[in-house]
Ligand binder design. Sequence first.
Ligand SMILES: [Zn+2]
Length: 273
Amino acid sequence: MTTLLIKNAYIVTMDDHQREIPEGGLFIRNGIIERVGLTRDLPQTADEVLDLNGHIVLPGLVNTHHHFYQTLTRAVPAAQDANLFNWLKTLYPIWARLTPDDIFISTQTALAELALSGCTTASDHLYLFPNGSKLDDEIAAASEIGVRLQASRGSMSLGESKGGLPPDSVVDTEENILKDSQRLIEKYHDAKPGAMTQIVLAPCSPFSVTSDLMKQSAKLAREYGVHLHTHLAETEDEEKFCMQMFGHRPVGYMQSVDWVGSDVWFARGLGQR
Ligand SMILES: [Zn+2]
């Protein structure tokens, strides 16, 4: 058991009253904040004491959607002015050449940027695993930085030859995806409050994933109590795709594959009229 006392800081809370506490402090036990208040009202001793006189202390920010690997390709000129589908088609062949080292380095770059902006929990959506890359590369890189990670095991199973958007070279079989998802949950998922690593199942988007994989992923996630995440309602192109391919608009499609509930969150959600 370890304790940490932060004292003499200017504490800005995000509680119901948006309290700001000059001469404030925190008492932390085993990484969990136990008390927030005036320094003089807190326990005066701890295993470690930080005097933060002249500093402001804010709650950590939480990032709910990121693609760490894209930090390596965000300045590709041909993709800059494209709409979503053309942007993806320009970048898929470049992403297909990523290596496990690239996943590791991009994770550390992205997490360092996030940490510098005050983020203490980040959710990353990794859905390409070219050239032997694994979500394990990202988890190993994150553990060296120390930001809390929601590592999403993304996936793509609907390649061009089956009517999807991505080239077949960056998609995988449903069987491999589900097997690897189960392996990652069993190896890394920590369900305890304050866990540093949690696994999320995250098939990429309606235009890159089969309906069967959506249903199977939801079933697997619920067996283990892990959360579900995907892109949804990003653009009108996607809405047209969903109508043609599945006979539903994006949210209706999610209902049809059992993807609506308190254990699901969506990225974007802009395209619904
Ligand atoms: Zn995204």
